[in-house]
Design a protein around this ligand. Structure first.
Ligand code: B3K
Ligand code: ZN
Length: 904
């Protein structure tokens, strides 16, 4: 028997011991936007000296402070400081006695400070090896790294840990020469040397004032991959990616992505990089994707490392997008930052919009738009209708880490996109330029951003700002009345928005609705007031509004909400015939895709009802006909066709149901896939053969699209019939592809098909896969994902067994996400088993994770927050788990906030 890990891992017990050793901080209170007050003191300069030691790192800080002129009344100096041991405090060079300061409840308070500028020095001790929360300074694979956003800096040293205090940092790192040959921090290296005692040091100076959440420190045994970038003004920037030796050969794609992002930001937004060096460090243990620390990004290795044989096309695309996102933060986030954390979307929504635009230019605009709209509809809408619903600018929070959400990020990006649609690209760009010109070097609010846009546009955006203050997804009801005699179409649009925590009554939103009309033959009808003659952008601002279309020669088919021009739900009755016209002819690719989704949804929902009544599932000919046309389409982008071939997601189907029946949704969707696989067998086989790409693997958008479509064909062919056995010839195709693939995309696609079709063969191939890749953590994640996502019976038991497998550890967030979140958040058919076993499992996992890593524990809880959407039996079982978690003796603020919001 192998070594036991998991709960009984001796290392974990050691860590629990260290956690207990920390001073206990009291429970956080809810913070409110309306209570914002400017900082009483600013810190112009911070000199840090960090002497690294795994258990006892010594941090000496010198803060040059001055009173903030905006605060009239003299106040004590209050610095944040948590989970650290305070050794010494001095004011203007004089050590303070115990009565001259107070340290407790996460704050260091010095009551008496001089009227003018003054200097505070502190010495603190911290324990990076005991830090499993991965916030502040911690160790990953033996290397030191930091994560300070949002409030991690206060666990490194005492400081006003708030983004509106912007400081010039100079950081000296002292470390063991042998184990930490590399010592990095933000900005430029200004000094380094040997200390003669087995240690060396490096001093970094960052000339750009920044909030402390952008501070970073990295130290360890890393290799450097370098290249350069020449800016449009001719400056040469050194680009370095730091990784562990074993990953040296996996950085080419990330480096190219960085160079592309740098060029793109110059061309599209006129933004040039400012420092002389740009560094990226890849670490395996990281709570999220990456972090935009000034000049020194720290990345989850998942978003840096790629080789054709280890990374899929999706990974390649993800790397390009995340590298770009963090790079774009240099202007939207770092040079112009947030005044307070309520303004998080100021940087995140805007930066997501920028990375979406970048990826659209790198791959395909329609494909990217469909992907992003899918995220909103499948996941953000769900968040918006659950207990964690909050506006893009939340009015309050207990733990800010719980508000790094789809709403702040992705809906925030949709809000920016609506501005882009309303203003048009040129005016939008002028608004961006104005924003940069006005606020460079400042910590500002979402209001400041919208003001720049309003000024560039010359119109008032007061009503538009409701998107920042009202949560919930607006629902539009659209009625179309065509009068052939008057050749007139009237669209009547009504908007409502369900009540949410922060506001029961919603005022109407202001939004652009892009609309086109098609005639019976599918031709675009010319429209008056339409900039491109066929798409008109209606501006909805009232609760109910009428829009007239004149000179409309025949009954039109309406293409509503083109390009998903607003993040809303739409009710517009359209027949299958109309959807067929849109599916075949809509010049707007988003709506062409969406028409197919609507048709699929319509049939799936009807069959789910039949299934619930015990009747057999059938697939309508119209749907098969539509899918066949897609398979025979040789003109469209294969990536688009791959998405059009996919059935609506289980989440999206669930959102159309009054009471979500996850098991029925899963079963019917599976049967649809199997029935489609049988009915279109020859077309799918033909597609599978003709889409084969000759030659070795190369990542390109076109090839990735072809692989996606081809693997989509394979997935339909291998969809297991619920009441029968899969044709062994087809299974063999999957096995063959897995064994002969020269790249991870094709290998994993085939393996996934086999694992979900035949348990015995799947188990055999999984063992082979593990034997081959057990030393590559990112590939092991894929191995876990396949098993946790397996839709054949018995997955929960296999997942439980995997929690004690040597390849799994609770200390690595990627592993936890791969195993636990894949099962609980994506394997709906099994997680929602009526006996509550899935919920019970998640309850256990959250309790187990919370003392180790509260951020990750709180994320894992998401599926349980949705309990109100299910039938009474499931509601009770899910609720019971939330209550069980809530009753744990010591619970993090992160998990407590999610549990409490979910139950009350
Ligand atoms: N700004 C970071 C996220 C920090 C999350 C803190 N819990 C990554 C990003 O959005 O680019
Ligand atoms: Zn970001």
């Amino acid at each position: 028997m192998g070594k036991r890990y998991g709960l009984f891992d001796p290392n974990i017990r050691l860590i629990l011991f260290f956690l207990k050793g920390y001073p206990v901080t009291t429970q956080k209170k809810e913070t409110f936007l309306k209570e914002y007050t400017p900082p009483a003191y600013l810190v112009d300069r911070l000199d840090l000296r960090v002497e690294l030691d795994p258990q006892a790192t010594r941090v000496r800080a010198t803060l040059r402070c001055r009173p903030n002129t905006n605060t009239p009344v003299k106040q004590p100096l209050v610095l944040n400081g948590e989970q650290l041991e305070l050794v010494r405090v001095a004011l203007d060079g004089v050590e303070l006695s115990a009565t001259e300061f107070h340290f407790g409840d996460g704050l260091l308070t010095i009551a008496q400070v001089p009227d003018g500028p003054f200097m505070v020095e502190t010495e603190t001790r911290i324990n990076p090896a005991g830090n499993t929360a991965l916030e502040g300074l911690y160790l990953s694979s033996g290397n030191y790294c930091t994560q300070c956003e949002a409030e991690g800096f206060r666990t490194i040293t005492c400081f006003p840990d708030r983004p509106d205090v912007m400081t010039v940092f100079t950081t000296t790192i002292v470390g063991d020469t042998a184990s930490c040959p590399v010592l990095l921090s933000n900005g430029n290296l200004i000094d380094s040397g040997d200390l003669g005692d087995g240690r060396h040091y490096a001093t970094w100076h960052d000339p750009f004032p920044k909030p402390c959440y952008l501070f970073a420190l990295v130290a360890g045994d890393l290799v450097r991959i370098s290249d350069t970038f020449t800016t449009r003004s001719g400056r040469q920037i050194d680009l370095h990616i730091y990784v562990e030796e074993r990953n040296r050969n996996k950085c080419d794609h990330a480096m190219r992505a960085l160079q592309k992002a740098m060029r793109w930001d110059e061309l599209r937004f006129g933004r040039e990089y400012d420092l002389d060096t740009y560094m990226i460090v890849a670490v395996d243990d990281f709570n999220m994707g990456a972090m935009e620390n000034k000049g020194l990004n720290v990345f989850n290795s998942k978003y840096v490392l790629a080789l054709p044989e280890t990374a899929t096309d999706t990974d390649y695309e993800g790397i390009e997008g995340v590298i770009a996102h963090e790079y774009f933060h240099n202007w939207t986030g770092n040079r112009i930052t947030c005044r307070d954390w309520f303004q998080l979307s100021l940087k995140e929504g805007l930066t997501v919009f920028r990375d979406q635009e970048f990826t659209a230019d790198m791959i395909s605009r329609p494909v990217k738009r469909i992907q992003d709209a899918n995220i909103i509809r499948s996941f953000q809408f769900r968040e918006d209708s659950g207990p964690m619903a909050h506006p893009v600018r939340p009015p309050s929070f207990v733990e800010i880490n719980n508000f790094y959400t789809l709403t702040v990020y992705n809906k925030g990006a949709e809000v920016i996109r609506m501005l882009h649609t309303l203003l048009g690209p040129e005016t939008f760009r002028r608004g961006m330029d104005l924003y940069f010109e006005r606020h460079d070097g400042q910590a500002v609010t979402c209001d400041d951003f919208v003001a720049a846009m309003a000024d560039a546009w010359g119109k008032d955006l007061t009503q538009f700002k409701r998107w920042y203050s009202q949560a919930g997804t607006p629902e539009l009801t659209v009625r179309a009345d065509y009068d052939p005699a008057a050749r007139q179409l009237i669209l009547t649009v009504e908007q409502t928005c369900p009540p949410t925590r922060e506001s029961a009554e919603k005022l109407p939103f202001f939004m652009p609705l892009a609309v086109g009309l098609l005639d019976a033959q599918g031709r675009a009808m010319p429209l008056e007031n339409a900039p491109d003659a066929t798409t008109r952008v209606l501006i909805l601002s009232e609760a109910k509004q009428r829009f007239e279309f004149t000179n409309i020669a025949s009954t039109p088919t309406i293409s509503f909400l083109r390009n998903f021009s607003a993040p809303v739900k739409v009710r517009l009755d359209q027949s299958d015939e109309e959807l067929g016209v849109l599916m075949a002819h809509d010049p707007d690719p988003f709506n062409r895709w969406d028409a197919g989704q609507k048709l699929g949804l319509h049939h799936l929902l009807a069959q789910i009802e039949r299934h619930q009544q015990g009747q057999p599932v059938q697939v309508d000919d119209r749907l098969l006909h539509g899918l066949r046309n897609l398979l025979l389409d040789r003109d469209s982008d294969p990536a688009f066709l791959a998405m059009a071939m996919a059935l609506p997601s289980e989440n999206w189907i669930g959102q159309q149901m009054e009471v979500v029946d996850p098991v029925a949704i899963f079963a019917v969707r599976q049967q649809f896939r199997a029935l489609i696989g049988q009915a279109l067998r020859s077309e799918l086989l033909q597609g599978y053969e003709t889409l084969r790409i000759p030659g070795p693997y190369r990542y390109s958008a076109l090839d990735a699209g072809k692989r996606a479509l081809r693997n989509g064909c394979l997935a339909y062919l291998l969809a297991p019939p619920l009441d029968g056995v899969l044709d062994p010839c087809l299974l063999h195709k999957g096995v063959h592809q897995y064994r002969h693939a020269d790249n991870m995309t094709d290998a994993i696609a085939a393996l996934s098909c086999v694992v979900n079709a035949d348990l015995a063969t799947g188990t055999e191939l999984l063992a082979d896969f593990h034997a081959q890749w057990q030393h590559d953590p990112l590939v092991v994640d894929k191995w876990l994902i396949l098993q946790a996502g397996c839709t054949l019976p018995g997955t929960l038991d296999r997942v439980k067994a995997l929690t004690t497998h040597p390849s799994f550890t609770y200390k690595n967030p990627n592993k936890v996400r791969s195993l636990i979140a894949t099962f609980c958040a994506t394997n709906h058919g099994q997680f929602h088993a009526a006996d509550g076993s899935g919920y019970d499992f998640l309850g256990d996992q959250v309790c187990l994770l919370d003392p180790l890593n509260p951020q990750i524990a709180a994320r894992m809880l998401t599926p349980l927050t949705q309990w109100r959407r299910y039938d009474a039996g499931r509601q009770q079982l899910m609720r019971a788990q939330l209550e069980r978690i809530g009753s744990q003796r010591s619970l993090s603020d992160d998990v407590k906030e999610v549990v409490e919001r979910s139950l009350h």
